[in-house]
Design a protein around this ligand. Structure first.
Ligand code: SF4
Length: 70
């Protein structure tokens, strides 16, 4: 799973960082993906579910998930 935040869409609600703090942080007004988070989510189904929920609930649909191994 590849996880990224499209900064041109993100308006900085910080919901992703609250919903999945192991994966997302909030920096400089944007949601960002922690280094290594995609690898962690690849082996942890619970984390993967958190990521999916964060992407689904992002108010601007700025979280992009790609279902392929890196
Ligand atoms: S939930 Fe979406 S809009 Fe809010 S900070 Fe995260 S990526 Fe940006």
């Amino acid at each position: 799973m590849k996880i990224s935040v499209d900064r041109s869409q993100c308006y900085g609600s910080a919901e992703c960082a609250h919903r999945a703090p192991a994966v997302f942080a909030f920096e400089d007004g944007y949601g960002v993906v922690h280094p290594g988070a995609a690898q962690a989510a690849a082996v942890d189904p619970r984390l993967r579910e958190e990521v999916r929920e964060a992407a689904e609930k992002c108010p601007s649909q700025a979280i992009v998930l790609t279902e392929r191994e890196e």
